[in-house]
Design a protein around this ligand. Structure first.
Ligand SMILES: Cc1cc2nc3c(=O)[nH]c(=O)nc-3n(C[C@H](O)[C@H](O)[C@H](O)COP(=O)(O)O)c2cc1C
Length: 179
C-alpha cells in the first residue's frame, strides 16, 4: 500500500488497458470504498453500477464523440449516479465518490479514467445521459455523473512532479494571487 501522497501523485488517467480481467474481489473493494465517501448531510444520494459485459462497454464507448476513448479497451466500468431528490449536493457527492474509486483503483495498481457524462452530448439532439440511461435501463429520476473506466494499465504515465506544484493558485489570508 502506498502512502497517501505517493498514491495521489501517481494516479493518472489511464486510457489504454490490457485485456486481463479484474477480479470480483477487487471490484468489490473499489465499490466498498466509494460507499464510504463523505456526502453532504450524510445523504448518500449516489448509486453505482458495475459493468463487465464487453458488449455493453462497447456500446457505452459510443456515448459521446470525444473523450470516451478509455472505454475502447477497459475491461470494467463503474457508472456513478445519484438521485438529486436526495441531495442538492448530488454532483459534489458523486464527484467525491468517483475520486475515491480512482484512488482505490490506483492503490491496487489498476488504471482508471473519468468519462464525463453529465452535460455531455451523444449527438446534436441526444444527451449522453439519455444514451447511457437507455442502454442501462437507468430510471428517469436518477442522474448520471460519470463513468469510471477500470482495467490493468497498458500505458505508462509519469507521476506528478511535486516540484511543479501550482503554488501560484494558492492565496494566503487574502486574494494575493498573481498570474
Ligand atoms: C470532472 C472530470 C471530467 C473528466 N472527463 C473526462 C472525459 O470525459 N474523458 C477523458 O478521457 N478524461 C476525462 N477526465 C480526465 C482528465 O482529462 C484528467 O484528469 C486530466 O487531464 C488530468 O490528468 P490526470 O488524470 O492524468 O492527472 C475528466 C476528469 C475530471 C475530473
Amino acid at each position: 500500500m502506498k502512502a497517501f501522497k505517493d498514491l495521489a501523485l501517481s494516479r493518472r488517467s489511464i486510457r489504454k488497458y490490457t485485456n486481463e480481467k479484474i477480479t470480483d474481489e477487487c471490484i468489490k473493494e473499489i465499490i466498498s470504498t466509494a460507499l464510504i465517501a463523505p456526502t453532504s448531510k450524510n445523504s448518500r444520494p449516489w448509486y453505482f453500477m458495475t459493468i463487465n459485459d464487453t458488449g455493453i462497454i462497447e456500446r457505452l464507448s459510443q456515448c459521446k464523440k470525444n473523450g470516451a476513448i478509455a472505454l475502447n479497451t477497459c475491461t470494467h466500468a463503474i457508472v456513478v449516479m445519484a438521485d438529486p431528490s436526495k441531495s442538492e449536493a448530488w454532483i459534489e457527492d458523486s464527484a467525491i465518490a468517483a475520486s475515491y474509486i480512482q484512488l482505490q483503483a490506483e492503490d491496487m495498481g489498476l488504471g482508471s479514467c473519468w468519462i464525463q457524462i453529465r452535460e455531455r452530448m451523444y449527438d446534436d439532439n441526444t444527451t449522453a445521459t439519455k444514451y447511457v440511461r437507455d442502454i442501462l435501463s437507468i430510471p428517469e429520476n436518477i442522474e448520471i455523473e460519470c463513468i469510471i473506466t477500470l482495467g490493468h494499465k497498458n500505458e505508462d504515465r509519469k507521476p506528478y512532479n511535486p516540484e511543479k506544484t501550482m503554488w501560484n493558485r494558492v492565496a494566503f489570508n487574502t486574494w494575493n494571487i498573481e498570474e
